[in-house]
Design a protein around this ligand. Sequence first.
Ligand code: NI
Length: 180
Amino acid sequence: MIRTILHYPDKRLRNEGKKLSLAEVKSEAVQKLIDDMAETMYAAPGVGLAATQIGEALQLFIVDCAAEDQPSDLRIFINPEILERHDEITWNEGCLSFPGVTEEIDRAARVKVRALDRHGNEFTIEAEELLAVAVQHEYDHLQGVLMIDHLGALKKRMVDRKMKKRAAESPSREDEGTAE
Ligand code: NI
């Protein structure tokens, strides 16, 4: 089922995700949630989606950074921890919760991440380039941190205004989130 993606400035995007127990990971509800998130992300389309973006305050995000001409590469991260960050990279990022916005953001160029997969098995990966950026972006979402928080004061104000104007112009669209 395609779920509604919350848009900034919806306050629920500021919620922190709660850690999942192994029993919760294996539950039908969480398995269904993962399927819904994948369906929602591919329909958007996007390269990543955090549970907090659809109003589920859980430590869970998914990414698929495969190039368009490549087979899909869906990766699920539950209770993720970024163990190492190396070097710096500037990436032109977008976010499904900020439609129409792309901004250059500084991130670590390489990260080492530990998480559980959808079966509850622990894995560790080293990521670079787009995958590293996507993992850091989605990890942020689980802490209630958004791309706008990485911008300087002027750009932050511009994006904030643009998003609030957008929400005010189409308040009837249910995917617009709660306009302030
Ligand atoms: Ni995002």
